[in-house]
Write a protein that binds this ligand. Structure first.
Ligand SMILES: Cc1cc2nc3c(=O)[nH]c(=O)nc-3n(C[C@H](O)[C@H](O)[C@H](O)COP(=O)(O)O)c2cc1C
Length: 142
């Protein structure tokens, strides 16, 4: 069975809701999923155990949330090799399409790990049922 780890940050819960939607869908297609809040991720080597890595953040000050950004920088700094693994990025923001920029930042920060970008999601504030459909569509061939 393939394994996915979702690392996320959240303050008011919106990003966590997307994480839960991704988890629910992946589990329905027989992929085991663990989720961890970014600040609890201490051992970066742990990432090597997983086939799929999800990274989720609220937009803070036009950027990824600080602790998540620092964690991603650390993963790159420690030269963790994630070749052959798939990356899912997701984000929520107050303003339209700002989440798009946050997702791109996460991809850029992890570029040197050789992880393969697979899909991204995002929405304004609380995710609707529509985002669930988008998740299912974008992840169907993972
Ligand atoms: C400190 C702080 C800074 C924020 N900065 C932005 C911002 O620059 N642009 C934006 O669109 N939303 C901004 N927001 C709104 C959040 O990105 C948005 O409410 C998001 O859905 C919150 O996700 P969460 O519920 O997972 O914490 C900010 C929120 C906080 C608390």
């Amino acid at each position: 069975m393939r394994k996915c780890l979702i690392i996320y940050d959240t303050k008011s819960g919106n990003t966590k809701l997307i994480s839960a939607m991704i988890q629910k869908y992946l589990e329905s297609i027989e992929i085991s999923v663990e989720t961890i809040q970014d600040k609890k991720l201490k051992d970066m080597e742990l990432l090597k155990v997983y086939d799929i890595i999800g990274v989720g953040s609220p937009v803070h000050m036009n950027s990824l949330a600080f602790t998540l950004r620092r964690k991603l920088k650390n993963i790159a700094k420690k030269k963790i090799d994630l070749k052959g693994k798939k990356l899912i990025t997701f984000s929520t923001s107050k303003f339209p399409k700002k989440w798009d920029m946050a997702n791109k930042m996460a991809v850029n920060l992890l570029k040197s790990t050789n992880i393969e970008f697979f899909a991204e999601f995002g929405c304004q504030n609380e995710p609707s049922a529509q985002i669930n459909k988008i998740i299912q569509e974008k992840l169907k061939d993972i």
